[in-house]
Ligand binder design. Structure first.
Ligand code: F6P
Length: 554
């Protein structure tokens, strides 16, 4: 740790010592304006961070930390196209993908905006063509199903966004007589399917529901070498060729990648290859052509709104003072809990069924970015970095693991997310959802002490301790009007920048992911062992024993 960081982290310990003496409930009682003081909004999203273990002085110290590590400078370096992903010699410019202004964005002396606009145009033509039926399968039939084959950043974002924006899915307006017989309500959307796992169960489950004549495969892979994706792509291609013949591949397969030559080698037509670039990290690629399945499902106009929501959050991150800057505030709270309070995990609880893949998406974004243990100079860190991110939708989460959040021995800071209005006209449901969301953050904070429990139990003192809620457990609440494309774009960008700020404070490279490489290498050698029924001499006795046992069972 640089000595200055050490001093700053030490000074935060002093603030913790002070705050630990007063409960949050007491802080609320002592300050009627606590909510006003500790909440901010941007891009239609309110962040209430008043239910955190903070006061004015500790926050001031945290903002000083942000200034001391020069958050503004780091942010400007990212926007200026500096190679801040220095271990891969890459700029980090996912923000350029959603930028709609006239300025140039320079990488290696070249403005990257024209190529970004050109791929966006290609995406627009393609998604329009699929939706209006001008682009068809080999036999001239309209596509009814798209299958995105990709993994990690080439899967999680598009699946999450497509689920989140279900109310914006384009209705199938292209039906013939059968469609006219149906009411608008019963018209079907184009269906999207996601295949990521190399476990053949996933692709076979998907393929058995599909008609090859009306299925479009999108092979999404930044590298176009990822073994899971390439294996699934080959299986899909065999399935299609079996049904429609070799010549159908070029009409039923498109590719999204930075590796254009590998796409062509796979048999993808030039006009069906959608490029993106090394300055876009996989987990930050939903704004690129990786979002093509999203653009098809919600239509290009809505996809543009999604981009513009993110661009608005970028503007906020760039221009708002640190004290009002939502990503900065959330990141500082992340550092506060990780490094000062030693809370190891963080839960993401969207009270929104359509956001059910949001925790998994954030898990990759956050943990692949900030799960690092050396600083930029390559020195071993002596402080904690990225928290373990996990979560589930409310109210389901309440009936599964909230017991531990309320009474467990670990404290888990929570982000609650909820829309003021649902898309369904079901106020009875939505009011209950809202009530539960607010109830949980309040229960975590206020708890229930022994005296209160005992008075309720009136004499059955033995079980009283079991019913005590310690309380004083922190959470953020994020509220927005409705989960529309724009708001979702802003929300994702908010978390992206939060992760970035934390990485700057921890002095790590948030944009590489070397930690996933060793397992990939070992899998190659072990595949050979498995295929050839042997064990190579480098295997430890556990791996060798497992191989032997597997070989006996096979
Ligand atoms: O192995 C990790 C990873 O490289 C992720 O960072 C990435 O999102 C995923 O694999 C998929 O990679 P690709 O898009 O190159 O297939």
């Amino acid at each position: 740790m640089t000595s200055n960081r050490e001093t700053l982290f030490d000074s935060l310990q002093v603030h913790k010592g002070r705050i630990a003496k007063t409960s949050m409930s007491q802080m609320f009682e002592g300050d009627k304006n606590r909510f006003d003081r500790f909440s901010n909004s941007a891009c239609g999203i309110l962040l209430d961070y008043s239910k955190n273990l903070i006061d004015e002085l500790s926050l001031e110290a945290l903002f000083n930390l942000a200034r001391d590590v020069n958050i503004e400078g780091a942010r400007n370096d990212m926007w200026a196209g500096k190679k801040i992903n220095f271990t891969e010699q890459r700029a980090v410019l996912h923000v350029a993908l959603r930028y709609d202004g006239d300025d140039e964005v320079i990488v290696d002396g070249k403005d990257i905006m024209p190529q970004i606009r050109s791929v966006l145009q290609q995406m627009q033509q393609f998604s329009d063509g699929i939706l209006n039926g001008e682009i068809t399968g080999a036999s001239g039939q309209k596509f009814t199903d798209i299958v995105n084959i990709g993994i990690g950043g080439s899967d999680l974002g598009s699946e999450m966004v497509i689920k989140a924006l279900k109310p914006y899915h384009q209705r199938d307006l292209r039906r013939g007589c059968r469609g006219r017989e149906q009411s608008d309500q019963r018209r079907q959307d184009i269906r999207a399917h996601f295949v990521s796992n190399v476990d053949g169960a996933q692709i076979s489950d998907v393929l058995e529901t599909l008609d090859p004549q009306t299925t479009l495969f999108i092979i999404a892979s930044k590298s176009f070498t990822t073994i899971e994706t390439m294996t699934n792509a080959k299986t899909a291609s065999k399935w299609l060729i079996n049904a429609l013949g070799e010549q159908a591949v070029s009409d039923h397969f498109i590719a999204i990648s930075t590796n254009i030559s590998a796409c062509a080698d796979f048999g993808i037509k030039k006009e069906n290859i959608f490029a993106f670039w090394d300055f876009v990290g996989g987990r930050y690629s939903i704004w690129s052509a990786i979002g093509l399945s999203v653009a098809i499902l919600i239509g290009f106009e809505n996809f543009k709104k999604f981009l513009s929501g993110a661009a608005q959050m970028d503007e906020h991150f760039l221009n708002a003072p640190l004290e009002e800057n939502l990503p900065v505030i959330m990141a500082l709270l992340g550092v506060w809990y990780r490094n000062v309070w030693n809370f190891p995990t963080k839960a993401i609880i969207p009270y929104d069924q359509h956001l059910n893949r949001f925790p998994a998406f954030l898990q990759q974004m956050d943990m692949e970015s900030n799960g690092k243990s050396v600083n930029k100079a390559g020195e071993q860190l002596d402080y904690e970095t990225g928290a373990i991110i996990w979560g589930e939708v409310g109210t389901n989460a309440q009936h599964a693991f909230f017991q531990l959040l309320h009474q467990g021995t670990d404290i888990v800071p929570v982000d609650f997310l909820i829309a003021a209005k649902g898309h369904e006209d079901m106020p009875e449901h939505h009011n209950l959802l809202l009530a539960n969301c607010l109830a949980q953050s309040r229960a975590l904070m206020v708890g229930k002490d022994l005296a209160q429990v005992e008075s309720e139990l009136a004499g059955q003192g033995l079980i009283a301790p079991h019913k005590v809620f310690e309380g004083n457990r922190p959470s953020n609440t994020l509220i927005y009007k409705r989960l529309d494309p724009q708001t979702l774009g802003s929300l994702i960008a908010l978390y992206e920048h939060k992760v970035f700020v934390e990485g700057v404070i921890w002095d790590i490279n948030s944009f590489d992911q070397w930690g996933v490489e060793l397992g990939k290498q070992l899998a190659k050698t072990l595949l050979k062992d498995i295929e050839e029924n042997k064990s190579n001499s480098k295997n430890d006795s556990s791996t060798a024993g497992l191989l032997r046992f597997l070989q006996e069972l096979k």
